[in-house]
Design a protein around this ligand. Structure first.
Ligand SMILES: CC(C)=CCC/C(C)=C/COP(=O)(O)OP(=O)(O)O
Ligand SMILES: C=C(C)CCOP(=O)(O)OP(=O)(O)O
Ligand SMILES: [Mg+2]
Ligand SMILES: [Mg+2]
Length: 291
């Protein structure tokens, strides 16, 4: 898995075509956050889902990089003063702290749009069928857009202090975090020409995993180690965000992460996915994660 994360980082480091004459500061700001580290979870899921259905790593790699660009844009914007107003991310000062707010907004815009370009471009070069490429672009727009991650972020922002029950919180998690994770595994499925039953199994896995992941993020915000996380803790408390631990406490939240992890693993064990091993390992790894 480390090997896949490294291959993704190498590929991301040269993702802007040299002939484009991109303004120097813009490309520096995009690279700054993209190359600052990060677990590369979503790319890993794209590759692991493709391989679970017998697809190739090479074919999955461009989409793996594209989803990391979308994720990185979302983190740059999430940290802006108008949103979470955070000063550290991936072990470094946040993008706007280094490049200023205007450039951070534009670096995010650049990463988001470039993700779509790179999916289409690479699909052409690598002979991914037009039908699969179209399905991937459609799903990336859907899961990252207003009905997906952006909508979830709006609900998160509007819900600050006003969330009164776990159902509302689940809606926020499902969209702000879960949707990009669901996209990642479904995209891997499309790359490997998965059938409807396989895509459905991957989606159920991604849905449960995404939910577990955000609850764990909220637990780590309370009790995690800043140097391991690469970001400041207590951010939710400072912003008076309503989270799982706020509603049900840390122990019950941990139990929920375990339950959701089992649910995710079960989704892959009905025989539809020929080679689920790596996806199962990822679920177990996330259960124990401290960053
Ligand atoms: C459209 C945008 C900007 C989407 C951002 C989505 C997202 C999951 C942000 C991080 O959530 P968080 O604020 O709970 O996590 P962290 O603790 O990493 O800041
Ligand atoms: C969705 C959430 C909780 C934001 C952080 O995502 P990650 O924890 O995957 O961040 P990186 O490793 O990519 O920095
Ligand atoms: Mg946020
Ligand atoms: Mg945040």
């Amino acid at each position: 898995m480390k090997e896949i994360a490294e291959a993704v980082s190498t590929r991301l480091s040269s993702s802007l075509p040299a002939v484009w004459n991109v303004p120097e500061t813009l490309s520096q700001a995009m690279d700054y956050s993209l190359m600052a580290g990060g677990k590369r979870l979503r790319p890993l899921l794209v590759v692991a889902a493709a391989e679970a259905l017998g697809g190739s790593r090479d074919a999955a790699m461009p989409v793996a990089c594209a989803v990391e660009m979308v994720h990185t844009y979302s983190l740059i914007h999430d940290d802006l003063p108008a949103l979470d107003n955070d000063d550290f991310r991936r072990g470094k000062p946040t993008n706007h702290k280094v490049f200023g707010e205007a450039m951070a907004i534009l670096a995010g815009d650049g990463l988001l749009t470039h993700a779509f370009y790179s999916v289409v471009q690479a699909s052409r070069q690598q002979g991914v069928s037009a039908e699969s490429a179209l399905a991937i672009v459609e799903e990336l727009s859907r899961f990252a857009g207003p009905g997906g991650m952006v909508g979830g972020q709006v609900a998160d922002m509007q819900g600050e202090q006003g969330v009164t029950d776990l159902d509302q919180l689940r809606y926020i998690h499902e969209h702000k975090t879960g949707d990009l994770i669901v996209f990642s595994v479904r995209a891997g499925g499309h790359i490997a020409s998965g059938n409807a039953e396989q895509l459905e199994a991957l989606e159920r896995y991604g849905r449960a995993l995404g939910h577990a992941f955000q609850i764990q993020d909220d637990i780590l915000d309370l009790i995690g180690d800043e140097s391991k996380l690469g970001k400041k803790t207590q951010s939710d408390v400072i912003q008076q965000k309503v989270t799982y631990p706020y509603f049900i406490g840390i122990e019950a939240s941990r139990a929920e992460v375990e339950r959701l992890t089992s649910e995710a693993k079960q989704a892959l064990q009905n025989g539809a996915i020929p080679n689920p091993q790596r996806l199962l390992e990822i679920a177990d790894l996330l259960l124990r994660r401290d960053h």
